[in-house]
Design a binder for this molecule. Structure first.
Ligand code: PAF
Length: 281
């Protein structure tokens, strides 16, 4: 596995691959890799001749400095996992490579960024879209792989590449879950053993709520019940548990089109997010 820390060395490699007619897959990450990331890499390896993974904890997408400081960094372990997974190139830019002195551009995808995570984490999606567009342009990859766990992020990235004519295909991959149902996330590493045991209350309540809404129950009543179950199950507070259009991400009060039930909840100072599909019969 080759390591590149600057754009010139990254491009030297990708140029050679391009000349040889090889297709390039890309998995952007912030490190602290888990099986969810490895499933994205496996999908990229299936589809593409070469696979690039980036690790960059992007300061621009953290609205909370404490969250940035506490974000798990496990670079040695990550690098071993990537080598074993057969990744061709690990791109590890420094903040100065991504945001050189004088950097003043922002990619902002309006509309889709406004609600849910956008409302609770001001600036988060501008930071995400800015770094992801830069990484797409730096790698020149043909396909990029994103987990459905960050559903809103995935919709925003799709919109962005369409709007900006970035020649890359976005591939969404199903959320990877632990056997007890908890969606895999780098933030799970920060849960105490007791909180980790309580956390599957969230996906269980969401699965029940999704089934009830799909069966025709009142959206409002089902969401109230799910919130009560999550709080009773040991979570401290809820940013949202809400039903939104799967693609337009607009809030829904009746199930009149394919939807997504999305949640962001707090347990012992750690914020977990999850989402599942709710399809009309
Ligand atoms: O999903 C993430 O880990 C990040 O938002 C991403 C896509 C790597 C951009 O920093």
């Amino acid at each position: 596995m080759i390591r590149a820390e600057d754009v010139a060395s990254l491009r030297k490699m990708t140029l050679g691959w391009r000349k040889a007619g090889q297709g390039i897959g890309f998995v952007p990450t912030m490190g602290a890799l888990h099986d969810g990331h490895l499933s994205l890499i496996a999908a990229a390896k299936r589809d593409c001749d070469r696979v690039i993974v980036s690790i960059f904890v992007n300061p621009m997408q953290f609205n909370n400095p404490e969250d940035l400081a506490k974000y798990p960094r496990t670079e040695g372990r990550d690098s071993d996992l990537l080598r074993k997974a057969g990744v061709d190139l690990l791109f590890l830019p420094t903040p100065a490579v991504v945001y050189p002195a004088g950097f003043s551009s922002v990619v902002s995808v309006t509309g889709l960024s406004a609600e849910l995570e956008g409302a609770h984490r001001p600036g988060h999606f501008d930071g995400m879209a800015t770094v992801v567009s830069k990484l797409f342009l730096m790698t020149g990859a043909d396909r990029a792989y994103f987990g459905e766990k960050d559903w809103q992020q995935l919709q925003i990235v799709r919109r962005m590449v369409t709007d900006l004519n970035i020649p890359i295909q976005i591939v969404g991959c199903p959320t990877f879950r632990d056997p007890d149902g908890l969606a895999m996330s780098s933030r799970n590493l920060r849960l105490s053993p007791a909180d980790r045991q309580r956390a599957p209350v969230l996906p269980a309540a969401m699965a029940r709520a999704a089934a009830a809404i799909a069966a025709g129950a009142s959206v409002h009543e089902v969401l109230d019940k799910a919130q009560a179950e999550v709080l009773a199950g040991g979570f401290d507070s809820i940013d949202y548990i809400a039903l939104h259009g799967a693609e337009d991400l607009r809030a829904m009060s009746t199930l009149d089109r394919p939807a997504r039930l999305l949640a962001a909840v707090w347990i012992a100072g750690i914020r977990l997010i999850d989402n599942i599909a709710v399809d009309p019969a």
